[in-house]
Design a protein around this ligand. Structure first.
Ligand SMILES: NC(=O)C1=CN([C@@H]2O[C@H](COP(=O)(O)OP(=O)(O)OC[C@H]3O[C@@H](n4cnc5c(N)ncnc54)[C@H](O)[C@@H]3O)[C@@H](O)[C@H]2O)[C@H](O)CC1
Ligand SMILES: [K+]
Length: 230
């Protein structure tokens, strides 16, 4: 039975909670639109915004911070897509590769390990690299953030905020509570945040930390929202 189109239209511009997003993501995955595909689309559309912001991007020093969760996985995809545009980004992984949480993130890391066009730095003193960066991608924490920011994420957020680089946050500025917009501890102050699928309800409440918010679809079937938003 095909749902009437108007149902889908009603929820196109809704703002959703983290819990709703995770349930929609799971439904999409169960429908066969696997998380790995979502991650690829998320990274590709995020890269598009960086390329559009900087037409002369190839000449820019780009540093990508990646956590061990799927926010970091999105950032790995951004690194690969930027390389395809002729850039040589540096990825700073905030932990050991063995601790990367999911298969989809790990498989994207393994691709980067085979690419000479992307510099991989394990969590070391990133301060020199950051001081020379012109573009910083924040793929540290997304919707999986909880509680006081632990090291080395905490120092990484401080480093990013001390930089004068252009800052783009993946999905959520790292450290922002996506459901309330509150900063319980510390948070990346982004110039642009590219968030996926739908706006998270807390983000418009804290434009100061999010910067300009872009809501981008990543291919999740609207039917994945049935029973959650519809
Ligand atoms: N919404 C979608 O359709 C998709 C979203 N994607 C991206 O996935 C992240 C959410 O990924 P998840 O693995 O659930 O969580 P995070 O990456 O945000 O963080 C988990 C990671 O961070 C550690 N951690 C949590 N809290 C803290 C803290 N306070 N201090 C230090 N470390 C913390 C935790 O242990 C984990 O290691 C979403 O935002 C999107 O970017 C997918 O790409 C697919 C589609
Ligand atoms: K982030």
């Amino acid at each position: 039975m095909v749902k009437p189109l108007f149902d889908m239209k009603l929820c196109i511009d809704m703002e959703i909670t983290v819990k709703q997003m995770m349930r929609i993501e799971e439904n999409g995955h169960q429908m066969g639109f696997f998380r790995k595909l979502m991650m690829e689309n998320a990274g590709a559309i995020t890269t598009r915004h960086i390329v559009e912001h900087y037409p002369d991007l190839i000449s820019k020093k780009i540093t990508i911070f990646a956590g061990l969760g799927n926010n970091g996985g999105d950032a790995f995809v951004v690194a690969r897509h930027l390389a395809a545009f002729g850039c040589n980004p540096t990825v700073i992984l905030l932990g050991h590769p063995d601790k990367i949480k999911s298969e989809e993130a790990r498989s994207n890391w393994k691709i980067l390990e085979k690419m000479n066009s992307v510099n991989l730095i394990l969590a070391s003193d990133a301060s020199k690299i950051v001081s020379e960066s012109e573009v910083i991608v924040d793929g540290i924490l997304g919707t999986g953030m909880s509680g006081k920011i632990r090291e080395p994420y905490s120092s990484a957020i401080d480093l990013i905020n001390q930089s004068h680089a252009f800052k783009l946050s993946v999905d959520v500025p790292s450290g922002l509570d996506p459901d309330t917009g509150m900063v319980h501890d510390k948070c990346v102050k982004a110039d642009i945040t590219v968030t996926f699928h739908k706006m998270k309800i807390g983000m418009p409440k804290n434009q100061n930390m999010c910067g300009k918010i872009m809501v981008e679809k990543i291919g999740i079937p609207p039917e994945a929202e049935i029973g959650i938003l519809i």
